[in-house]
Design a protein around this ligand. Structure first.
Ligand SMILES: *Cc1c(COP(=O)(O)O)cnc(C)c1O
Ligand SMILES: [Zn+2]
Length: 421
């Protein structure tokens, strides 16, 4: 199987461009990477992956370039449209580590990217490929963060941007970003999955270049999250993490991290048994991936009705499931659903450590706590939790989770009196 951890390096097809090509994960058909616009396989409509003739080892990432572009050897282009994305902190959280009860817990805070989410890592590559293809207009469907990143990277790359958002279901900070960075914003009377259906139609009709995570080039940039985590664990503990826990929406990150690890196995930098267990967390109201993992299903069943406070993962039809399900299974990981209350509790736990995240991000920590309580995660594990977006993305959720401001009179005596109560 092409997505197995132990797959051999592929033969280089004639349509490769400088050792880079696209390959269908279902039927194996190959395509030139930058000649035509294409998101899925012409033959069978399967998902595409970027493939490389030469795969770098960890030692090959030797300090050329910054952030995401330090890993250019593992990317389809040498450089991109950059706003200094990547190189995010991997925080220690001693109190949380102790209360969850694992050997080591670190928080990879992707909210520290330029537009406040990991989407920037994908966009820096995706918009560069768009320029290479010579397209004029970029588009995405979004629960918010993709639109913010697309707007910023699109305008920086001098391209027009169009975003389709589910009306009333996008956090305030994200709409504000897309708006100020100059995207044309269409509010759709439907959920995220409906937005994606429409934008895929627009892309198929040549109206715009699609930069959702269905786009295989975006996932290349997101691989660097996994590479940074492995390097940091190796430096700090002399070993790779046992497990990486992450929120799952369209399962782009799950797919990207798995691809990063498969490529390192092929390059000889990682033994298959050293690959971290990929562990996905969804909200109970939007958990089709969890359902598929629990049922041992080969395919994910689309949920038409989805609801959760964690709007970034309010997704019923995870497009990258065919890439992500093998990733969770082959690494010995699992998937779990958490309630909105558990998500908000975890958001508060992180905030107490000084780490501000939006609700979807806290799902990773909520999921880890639950898996630890159920004994599925052992107490001797070293774990990295991914927090995907910044607290300020969703100020309303943050304010609702925090304490109420207290009104006081405009004099010191009055303030002192209030503090004594
Ligand atoms: C996009 C997003 C997700 C979902 O990521 P996938 O790669 O689609 O699974 C999770 N959290 C936040 C904050 C996001 O913006
Ligand atoms: Zn195919």
């Amino acid at each position: 199987m092409s997505l197995s951890l132990s797959a051999d390096s592929p033969a280089v097809p004639d349509d490769a461009d400088d050792g880079v090509w696209l390959e269908c994960i279902e039927c194996g058909e190959t395509f030139a990477p930058f000649d035509d616009v294409r998101y899925t396989c012409d033959e069978c409509d399967g998902l595409l992956e970027v493939r490389y003739a030469d795969l770098p080892t960890l030692e090959d990432f030797d300090g050329q370039g910054q952030g995401v572009w330090r890993y250019a050897d593992a990317l389809p282009l040498e450089s991109g449209v950059s706003i200094q994305e990547g190189a995010t902190p991997l925080y220690e959280v001693p109190r949380l580590e102790e209360s969850v009860g694992v050997e080591a817990l670190r928080i990879k805070h992707e909210g520290m990217n330029p537009t406040g989410s990991f989407k920037d890592r994908g966009m820096t590559v995706g918009t560069a490929v768009a320029r290479e293809l010579g397209v004029g207009r970029l588009a995405c469907a979004s629960t918010g963060n993709t639109s913010a990143a697309l707007a910023a990277y699109g305008t920086r790359g001098d391209m027009e941007t169009l975003v389709l958002l589910p009306a009333g279901k996008v956090a305030a900070g994200k709409v504000a970003q897309a708006s100020l960075h100059g995207a044309r914003i269409l509010e759709v009377d439907g959920n995220f999955d409906a937005c994606l259906d429409i934008v895929q139609d627009l892309a198929a009709r040549g109206e715009a270049y699609l930069l959702n995570s269905l786009n295989p080039f975006r996932l290349e940039g997101q691989k660097t999250i996994g590479l940074e985590i492995l390097e940091a664990f190796q430096a700090d503990y002399g070993t790779f993490p046992d497990r990486i826990v992450l929120p799952v929406g369209n399962a782009g990150n799950t797919s990207a991290l798995y691809k990063a690890f498969r490529e390192l196995v092929q390059a000889g930098s990682l033994e298959p048994e050293e690959v971290p267990k990929l562990t996905g967390v969804q909200a109970e109201g939007a958990a089709p991936m969890v359902e598929a993992i629990e049922n041992g299903a080969d395919e994910v069943r689309r949920w038409d009705e989805v609801e959760t406070r964690a709007t970034a993962i309010r997704i019923g039809n995870p497009v990258n499931a065919p890439k992500a399900l093998p990733g969770i299974r082959e690494t010995g990981g699992t998937a779990i659903a958490v309630s909105d209350e558990e998500i908000t509790d975890a958001q508060r736990d992180l905030a107490r450590e000084g780490i501000g995240v939006e609700p979807a991000s806290a799902a990773s920590v909520a999921g880890l706590r639950k898996l630890r309580a159920e004994g599925i995660v052992d107490d001797d594990e070293r774990v990295a939790c991914l927090t995907t977006g910044h607290l300020l993305k969703d100020p309303d959720a943050a304010a609702a989770a925090g304490a109420e401001p207290e009104p006081v009179p405009a004099d010191t005596e009055g303030v002192l009196e209030h503090l004594q109560n």
